[in-house]
Design a protein around this ligand. Structure first.
Ligand code: SF4
Length: 471
């Protein structure tokens, strides 16, 4: 995957013309939004839970050094090997060295956005280690040489018809296979993969500092197989995944599935607390945890953006976002799309290459309203916009336009004359009460998508004056 966060506008234009994408996005986001609403309506304390979970995450982020130390010390007491990587390159080096040292030939992977972030599969392939994605969505994308467009439903941008065709071409399934048949085909391939894998790599939904537990939430059972069948289990996690205590977990397990997939509970919740013990019938003999920074400490050090690290990656803000619903995840140009992506990506990659993302927002506020940990997403998006302007990153046309507006708006006589001329001029372009077209290319494009009423003949002030005179 090539990062193209700098090219959101062009990516979005292409996405809007992609018929399959449009069908897939409408189907999926509509379902997710409706299911979430139904699931949260079954709780009478959802708002309380949001506040509680938001406060727990905010507290953890404020004291991350303390909780990370506690977590690491508990992991080590359990016999877990702990690694730390400052960036993606170092992380990939640690994983590939580990794989080579342990003579690993095949790895099974559970869905993990952080491994997408560091392009771990490419690094493994480069040293001759085969990595098999076992989440169904991720497996579909791996078959197609594609990458995720959603943090929960990675293949959300594909229609069922496209997947049926892909499976037929790559795996020889029936041309008209049903979803159940397609799943059975994937299951057969993946089962073989689980059995021959030397190492399982997972992410972490939560990491409990108090116990050194890795918590994983899923619906397919593939994570449980990934983390228990191979002899070695490696967790790759961002440093923000920590929660302090085990007793905090139930609240998170109540809000996460409801916000993510609209379920009251996920099918499987695994708590992994150390490798297999002598008395355990199964489980990995060796456990490793790799904690990745990769730009997160920059966000942590920034008091105005720090709240973004509370994210529990439920995807609710993506599903509800009118921009995401229309352009899909690939338009954002990296692994974290939608509102949270537009906040995180500038923090992780820098504003220079990502400043178009916070602009991809109507500031409707829906993302902030659904976020189960109350991240003030609209405020963070505005913060990035302000910084982009201060750093001179906004588009030339925008700078000129806003500059001209500011000048006019602070010179009332000029403003009154210009708006008068504008109102008079607009009458020539008006048809049936609307401006229907323009010779100016930007206006022409703009008007294609919008309904622009002809401005009133008299300004509000003039009308107000007349009204007063009549009285
Ligand atoms: S920002 Fe909030 S709503 Fe969006 S993915 Fe993260 S936790 Fe979910």
């Amino acid at each position: 995957m090539e990062i193209s966060t700098h090219d959101f506008k062009n990516n979005a234009k292409k996405a809007l013309k992609d018929k399959n994408l449009q069908i897939a996005m409408k189907r999926a986001t509509k379902t997710f939004v409706a299911k979430r609403e139904k699931a949260i309506s079954s709780l009478d304390n959802f708002e309380e839970l949001r506040s509680y979970c938001g406060a727990v995450k905010a507290h953890t982020i404020e004291h991350l050094d303390y909780y990370l130390e506690e977590f690491i010390s508990n992991l080590e007491n359990l016999g877990v090997n702990v690694h730390f990587a400052a960036d993606g390159e170092e992380a990939n080096k640690i994983v590939t060295q580990l794989a080579l040292e342990k003579n690993v030939k095949t790895v099974v992977k559970a869905k993990s956005m952080v491994t997408e972030e560091i392009l771990l599969n490419d690094a493994l392939e480069a040293v001759g280690v085969e990595a098999l994605e076992t989440d169904l969505g991720e497996y579909i994308l791996q078959l197609d040489g594609d990458f995720p467009s959603h943090i929960i439903g990675p293949a959300m941008h594909k229609t069922k018809e496209q997947i049926t065709k892909l499976f037929h071409e790559k795996l020889g399934s029936k041309e008209d296979a049903s979803i159940i048949e397609l799943t059975a085909v994937a299951r057969k391939v993946l089962r073989k993969g689980f059995l021959k894998a030397d190492m399982g790599i997972s992410g972490a939904n939560f990491a409990v500092a108090e116990t050194g537990s890795i918590v994983l939430v899923e619906n397919e059972g593939n994570i449980r197989l990934t983390t228990s069948l191979p002899k070695i289990h490696l967790t790759v996690m961002g440093l923000e995944k920590i929660i302090p205590r085990l007793k905090d977990l139930p609240a998170f397990l109540t809000i996460l599935p409801r916000s993510a997939t609209g379920q009251k509970a996920s099918s499987y919740v695994s708590l992994i607390t150390g490798p297999k013990k002598e008395t355990d019938p199964d489980g990995p003999e060796e456990q490793h945890v790799l904690i990745i920074d990769n730009g997160r400490s920059n966000i942590l050090a920034d008091p105005k953006l720090r709240d973004a690290l509370r994210c529990i990656r439920c995807g609710a803000c993506l599903n509800i976002c009118p921009v995401y619903q229309n352009v899909g995840g690939h338009a954002y140009g990296w692994v974290y799309p939608g509102p949270i992506g537009s906040v995180l990506d500038p923090g992780l990659l820098g504003l220079d290459s990502t400043h178009q993302l916070p602009q991809a927002c109507s500031l409707c506020g829906a993302c902030g309203e659904v976020c189960p940990v109350k991240i003030p997403l609209p405020e963070l998006l505005l913060e990035h916009r302000q910084r982009a302007v201060k750093q001179g990153l906004s588009a030339k046309a925008e700078k000129i336009g806003i500059g001209a507006f500011a000048f006019m708006a602070t010179h009332p006589k000029l403003w009154n004359s210009a708006t008068k001329i504008g109102r008079l001029g607009s009458q020539f372009l008006s048809r049936e009460g609307h401006i229907k077209g323009s010779k100016i290319p930007v206006m022409k494009e703009w008007l294609k998508e919008r309904d622009f009423k002809t401005p009133a003949q008299k300004s509000f002030r003039e009308q107000w004056r007349n009204l007063k005179d009549e009285k």
